[in-house]
Design a protein around this ligand. Structure first.
Ligand code: NCD
Length: 309
């Protein structure tokens, strides 16, 4: 039985297969409309989410399966003091696969170690968010044509943003990637990530001003300042509008620079940028669903040749 805790749980070859399957699903969704008939996905969400939970639910429903779950800790037995380990043992009796989001780093790992069904980490605190990374990689592969040979700027909350941490971890396995980290000093990428880049000899720079580097980027990954992970409101208020990507800044960028964002957006991308053909963040949402469909099939061991007739 396999779980997905980190994007590194799959080799790059396995990821290629997963993205190929997601692309097949996108091209011919009808062929996959019943491959999960009779299967149940549980969504155990102890932390707010719109896109990730709905994306998992839509993915399972589009495969013909059904969904059960809870969308906040208050409506689950966690409110009565039940441990994650007990909850997953119970869910294992009801469902075939579980997507879990939890505010505590490592919660999904604990669940996976006690689970009788595959567990997907749908975000654990400020740590990892592997399925968002799958959506990001799928978007890059589709829009850029390959997962190698580009300079990516990551901008905003690089300290608490789990999507950023997962994406960097995943990208270092591809050839010719360099990173530009754009953040206020308070929200710099954590030391353990910098140490990993140094150890692997991967080029990176750290800057404060987006304007200074935007012209050199092949991709710009914008992120929201993670309000819920701040210890005090004052710091959040001071930093929340540090970056705002506007039409004017986009005019300084190359005509092919892709703009990605895991969403939700607050103010960091001005809505006037949405119509720019380089803005890919709503496409990311669509790819996120297809890649979750492919992931559910893969973890459930569903034969992809099924319904080929
Ligand atoms: C992200 C998350 O939850 O970490 N959202 C998402 O799942 N697409 C990003 C965020 O909340 O800023």
């Amino acid at each position: 039985m396999r779980h997905l805790m980190s994007p590194l749980d799959f080799t790059t070859e396995e990821l290629d297969k997963l993205f190929d399957l997601a692309a097949e699903i996108e091209a011919d969704p009808e062929r996959f409309a019943h491959v999960c008939d009779g299967k149940i996905l549980a969504t155990a969400f102890y932390e707010p989410s719109t896109r990730t939970r709905l994306s998992f639910e839509a993915a399972m429903l589009r495969l013909g399966g059904k969904v059960i779950g809870f969308s906040d800790a208050g409506s689950s037995s966690a409110a009565k003091g039940e441990s994650v380990s007990d909850t997953i043992k119970v869910i294992s009796q009801y469902a075939d696969i579980c997507a879990m989001r939890h505010p505590k780093e490592g919660a999904a790992f604990v669940a996976a170690s006690k689970s009788e069904i595959p567990v997907i980490n749908a975000g654990d605190g400020g740590h990892q968010h592997p399925t968002q990374t799958l959506a990001d990689l799928m978007t890059i592969r589709s829009m850029h044509g390959k997962l190698s040979g580009f300079k990516i700027g990551l901008c905003g909350d690089l300290k608490f943003g789990r999507t950023v941490h997962s994406l960097i971890n995943a990208l270092v396995r591809y050839e010719g990637i360099s990173f530009v980290f754009i953040s206020p000093p308070e929200l710099k990428v954590p030391d353990y990530i910098i140490d990993m880049l140094k150890e692997k000899n991967i080029p990176y720079t750290e800057v404060i001003k987006l304007e200074e580097v935007i012209a050199d980027l092949d991709m710009l990954y914008m992120t929201r300042v993670q309000k819920e992970r701040f210890f005090n409101e004052e710091d959040y208020v001071r930093l929340k509008d540090f970056y705002i990507l506007t039409k004017e800044k986009m005019s300084m960028a190359s005509k092919d620079m892709l703009v990605l964002h895991p969403l939700p957006r607050v103010n960091e991308i001005s809505v006037e940028v949405d119509d720019d053909p380089r803005a890919c963040y709503f496409k990311q949402v669509k790819y996120g669903m297809y890649v979750r469909m492919a992931l559910i099939m893969t973890l459930l061991g569903i034969n992809t040749e099924v319904n080929n007739a």
